[in-house]
Ligand binder design. Structure first.
Ligand code: TRP
Length: 370
């Protein structure tokens, strides 16, 4: 079905494996806050996917446990509001585990082997077929459980997650064909701005990643941001002297400005230019130094991060309240996901103990068999 009771419901999530960085912010967090405040959705759920994180961190559960608080603090400081958004913890939602087990039968191992995201992540982690944990291999199935357990209509994600949503849709279609129209068919929603879809690392490498040390974290202080931009952002190697003409394409300072700078930033920090296009033109023409561009970028980033830092400090001083937020969110999520599990088990006719009606059914059957 397109939706349950005509409700527009969002579900998305993150693996708690580290603090969130600017790539997460432009690629998803900022959008979630906008969606939350748009008033267009009946329900918004954000899942801290600790079970999914364990599929490739089974030997290091402490890392996941530690990072739950980091991720929640990042959520709250970026503007997710627990009064409007349900923040919950995956491992504490047993309905998800049950759904995953049923959905395993809705997909073949051949289909899972073709999932491009899993393939890419396997390569990144150096998993061979031999060393591949079955839990990691099948996590797209569990992600389908995450999504469908909330009757989600919309799943805001980064582009790299599109194969997951595709996989989920196939499972939903198969389930509904076999057991009747039970599950909501979800749709992916990806960032509109192409620069925000894939923010490269500050070293220009394709992605921000903790192991490459090429991230700017939402929790970084102003000094760190300055150090990272000045020290790690390469510009245009052919732009040696200020008067040389420069390239803005493939120049990571400009890639970041594309993602973050607004015309208002120019008014505030660099009024000699009306907008980014004018700045780029000057750079291409020659006569504009990298230092000016970097300084502007540092100002832009700090203006974005300052209020986030302030909020983070506030919440960090009151972890008791943060605990209550995820406890309450998880309780709400338990109700929601248990209801969907009950519906699924009814559709599958495995709700034996729902009422005693099966007693009559079995009695009739035995009479017929006699
Ligand atoms: N796989 C997602 C990621 O790595 C995290 C995630 C888990 C998720 N469950 C989800 C995203 C459900 C969207 C919907 O970023």
């Amino acid at each position: 079905m397109e939706s349950k009771d005509n409700k527009q419901i969002i579900l998305t999530g993150d693996r708690p494996t580290g603090r969130l960085h600017l790539g997460h912010y432009v690629g998803s967090l900022k959008r979630r806050v906008e969606l939350q405040n748009s008033g267009k959705f009946d329900q918004i759920n954000i899942l801290i996917a600790d079970d999914q994180a364990l599929t490739d961190n089974a030997d290091n559960p402490g890392k996941i446990r530690d990072n739950i608080i980091n991720v929640v603090l990042d959520y709250l400081s970026a503007g997710l509001d627990p009064a409007k958004t349900t923040i919950c913890v995956q491992s504490q939602l047993p309905a998800l585990h049950a759904l995953t087990f049923y959905y395993m039968n809705m997909v073949t191992t051949a289909r899972l082997s073709r999932n491009p995201t899993v393939k890419a992540e396997m390569q990144l982690r150096g998993f061979s077929d031999e060393g591949l944990p079955a839990g990691f291999f099948t996590y797209p199935v569990s992600q389908c459980a995450d999504i469908t357990a909330f009757d989600a209509t919309v799943v805001p994600v980064g582009e790299d997650q599109l194969p997951m949503i595709e996989q989920a849709r196939e499972i939903v279609e198969r389930f509904n064909r076999i057991y009747g129209d039970t599950l909501v068919l979800p749709k992916a929603m990806i960032p509109e701005n192409e620069f925000q879809r894939r923010l490269p690392g500050i070293d220009g490498k394709a992605k921000m990643s903790k192991s490459l040390g090429n991230c700017i974290y939402l929790s970084d202080d102003a000094k760190t941001v300055k150090k990272q931009v000045n020290g790690k952002m390469f510009t245009d190697p052919t732009h040696l002297r200020i008067e040389d003409p420069g390239h803005t394409e493939g120049n990571v300072v400009f890639t970041y400005l594309d993602a973050f700078a607004t015309d208002e930033h120019f008014v505030e920090f660099l009024p000699e230019y009306a907008n980014l296009e004018e700045l780029k033109e000057h750079y291409r023409r020659g006569g504009l130094g990298d230092g000016t561009c970097k300084k502007f970028l540092i100002n832009v980033l700090n203006e974005l991060l300052d209020p986030i830092r302030a909020e983070r400090a506030k919440w960090a001083a009151d972890i008791d309240s943060v605990y209550d937020i995820i406890l309450e969110g998880t309780k709400t999520a338990q109700e929601r996901t248990n209801a969907v599990l009950a519906r699924v088990q009814s559709a599958m006719r495995i709700d034996y103990f729902k009422d005693r009606s099966i007693v009559k059914e079995w009695e009739e059957l035995l009479k017929k068999q006699a």
